[in-house]
Structures are given as structure tokens and as C-alpha cells.
Ligand binder design. Structure first.
Ligand SMILES: *Cc1c(COP(=O)(O)O)cnc(C)c1O
Length: 361
């Protein structure tokens, strides 16, 4: 006896998605982004699976990196926001963490902190995202000061980040690429720019290191179908089961607030999954759910532990029938669309309450 709500995690799909990234960018190094608990998948298990397949991992902060080190992960790990306090540079040098330098404060900390070992560093250039990074006109000065600091093991990797690579007809990506190239031109150092949409659709951005995250979890970052993304396999399948089935007469209302009203004699199935399990409360009536492998619309408000689904058009559904909320057969991106959010957020906000069940097929 166990509540059937769970997030299945298919490690075979993860390996397959890495191989797609490799085949799209065969001559570059691959850094797998596992920040935010590997986008909700569980960073330790995902990092341990990825480590033999990739050249490095990336996280947001040293806490995330040290969790992986404590679990025995030994490959390089980049801190993509750099450090938030000077003493973290010592931790980074001790544990082989690569640091991003993206502003003057971080550079001064590096210049002034005595380190137990040389550091590997990425110098981030703001080419238009305007979130992190040094401006193109500051770049030469930063580069010189980094080399002069005597703290680096090698020249910094030169990096930037795209604002709109998931929009294929947006001219911003080409503008960012041109500014990145003109800024780096003539400077030694490897280069890195590509997130998942750029790995999939902007081959001219691959350079020396690609940095995919979302695509490794098997989902397309594009709103429209895109051929390179077609072969991705979802790693996470959020599933549960039907625990109640009932008939609802015309005019009857279902769920909190009675927000959905039956327009015809209806059959409604209750599935034990809710916003307490990471299923979004903002999912509107009509959001697809797979019951016994068939699509049926969510109806009524999402509760903490349950949802209701209109199964009137389905063959008879029994208690215990399997329900898939997203994953195999139902892309998370599609669920995100009727929910006013992105697949990135739906995956990443998966709470610890939801058991993560690892499979390897
Ligand atoms: C999160 C992140 C990535 C990965 O982006 P995806 O779209 O998930 O592939 C790459 N680079 C940086 C700097 C990031 O913050």
C-alpha cells in the first residue's frame, strides 16, 4: 500500500539526450548544467549518471557544488554566478570548483585573497542579456588583471549567455554572437556561449564548450516543433493513479469554488496528485492528462493532493488506472502552456514530497 504519486526518472533517457547533444556538437566539450537540484530531478543521482559522459558540470553556487563533491563527484564543476563572498574562493580552490568572474567585486576578491591552489576561471561578458557579466568595453581590462593576478591555472574561458536563443527568428542572438566575437577577437582562451536552444539551433555558437541544461532532461526549449529537438526523451515522468470515479449530472460543479460545471452528463475521475506534489495549481480546465494512456482534460481547480479529470469520452476507467501528468507521451512544455509557466519551472519546483523513482531502461 503506497500512494502512487511519483516522479519516475529514466537514466537511459538522460544518457540518450547527452548523446544527442554530443552528436550536434561533436568537436566541443560538454558541460552539463545541474543547478537547482538538476532542474528538480535530484542533483546527486543525475550528476553521478552524467559524470562519465560529460567534461564538466555546472551549478549556481558553491553549496550545490559541495553537495556533489560530498557524494563523490570529482569532475570539474563551474559556479555559474561565481562567488558571493571572498572566502568561497578558497573553498573553490580546495575543491576544484571553477569560478565565474562577472564583475569588479569578484575580480578584487580574487586579486586580494590568498589561495591554497591556482583557480580555473571563466570570464563572463555581457553581450545583451544585461544580467551578469562585464561590458565589452571593460573586457580587456578584466582580462589583463586576471592574467596579472597570478591566481589562475590557465587563461580564463571567455563566456556569454543568450537572452532569446529559443526564439529562432529573433535577431538578438545573432547580435549577441557578433558582439561576443568582436569582443574576444585577438584574446587567447577557450569560448562558451551555448545553452540548450543554442546547442539545438545555433551551431555557430558552439565554440569550445557547450552548456546544455534543459535539453538533457529531454524537453524541447522551443514553443514550435524543431527537428533537432525531436529525438529528445523525457527523463522525468510525473505519474499517479485514479482513486475515485463518479457520475456528475448536468449543472453540477466539481472541486473547490465549483469553478467547473458539467455541461452534459459527465464521468469524472479523481487522481491523487496535486500542487503539494508539484502539479501546478494554475493548470486550467482543459489541461491534458493521460488516463490509461489516453488524453483527457483536467476539470476544476487543482487541490493540494488531488485533481479531477473529465473521462466522459474515454472507455470505462477503473480505480487504480494509471495517470500521467507529464513526461512519456505528454511533453511538460504542453502542460506548461495551459498553465502560464514554462517547463523549466514545472520541473524545477518539484517538491521533495514526491518520491523520485529511478529506472535505467
Ligand atoms: C541555466 C544556464 C544554462 C543552461 O540553460 P538551458 O536553457 O537549461 O540549457 C547555461 N548557461 C548559464 C549561464 C545558465 O545560467
Amino acid at each position: 500500500m503506497a500512494r502512487p504519486a511519483k516522479a519516475g526518472l529514466n537514466l537511459g533517457a538522460l544518457r540518450h539526450n547527452v548523446s544527442i547533444a554530443r552528436s550536434l556538437a561533436p568537436d566541443t566539450r560538454l558541460m552539463a548544467v545541474v543547478k537547482a537540484n538538476a532542474y528538480g530531478h535530484g542533483s546527486i543521482a543525475m550528476a553521478q549518471t552524467l559524470e562519465p559522459l560529460v567534461d564538466a558540470l555546472a551549478v549556481a553556487c558553491s553549496e550545490e557544488a559541495l553537495e556533489l563533491r560530498a557524494a563523490g563527484v570529482t569532475c570539474p564543476i563551474l559556479l555559474m554566478e561565481g562567488v558571493f563572498e571572498a572566502h568561497e574562493l578558497i573553498t573553490a580552490a580546495q575543491h576544484g570548483l571553477w569560478v565565474t568572474i562577472d564583475n569588479d567585486t569578484q575580480l578584487r576578491w580574487l586579486e586580494e585573497t590568498r589561495l591554497p591552489a591556482p583557480l580555473d576561471c571563466w570570464l563572463k561578458i555581457d553581450t545583451g542579456m544585461h544580467r551578469l557579466g562585464v561590458l565589452p568595453e571593460q573586457f580587456q581590462d578584466f582580462h589583463q588583471r586576471l592574467l596579472a593576478s597570478g591566481k589562475l591555472r590557465a587563461p580564463p574561458v571567455l563566456s556569454t549567455h543568450f537572452a532569446s536563443a529559443d526564439e529562432l527568428d529573433n535577431p538578438q542572438t545573432a547580435r549577441q554572437l557578433a558582439l561576443f566575437e568582436s569582443t574576444c577577437s585577438g584574446f587567447e582562451g577557450l569560448r562558451s556561449a551555448a545553452n540548450s536552444p543554442a546547442v539545438l539551433a545555433w551551431p555557430q555558437s558552439h565554440y569550445d564548450w557547450i552548456r546544455p541544461g534543459y535539453m538533457l532532461w529531454g524537453n524541447s526549449p522551443f514553443a514550435e516543433p524543431q527537428p533537432q529537438a525531436a529525438g529528445l526523451q523525457p527523463v522525468m515522468t510525473l505519474s499517479s493513479a485514479v482513486i475515485s470515479v463518479r457520475s456528475v449530472g448536468v449543472g453540477e460543479r466539481v472541486g473547490y469554488g465549483g469553478s467547473w460545471q458539467a455541461q452534459r452528463p459527465s464521468r469524472v475521475a479523481t487522481v491523487t496528485i496535486g500542487y503539494g506534489d508539484g502539479y501546478p495549481r494554475t493548470a486550467s480546465s482543459g489541461t491534458p492528462v493521460l488516463i490509461d494512456g489516453r488524453r483527457a482534460p483536467l476539470v476544476g481547480r487543482v487541490s493540494m493532493d488531488m485533481i479531477t479529470v473529465d473521462i466522459t469520452d474515454l472507455p470505462p476507467v477503473a480505480i487504480g488506472a494509471p495517470a500521467i501528468l507529464w513526461g512519456e507521451g505528454l511533453p511538460v512544455t504542453e502542460v506548461a502552456c495551459t498553465t502560464g509557466t514554462s517547463g523549466y519551472e514545472l520541473l524545477t519546483r518539484m517538491p521533495s514530497r514526491t518520491p523520485r523513482i529511478i529506472t535505467t531502461t
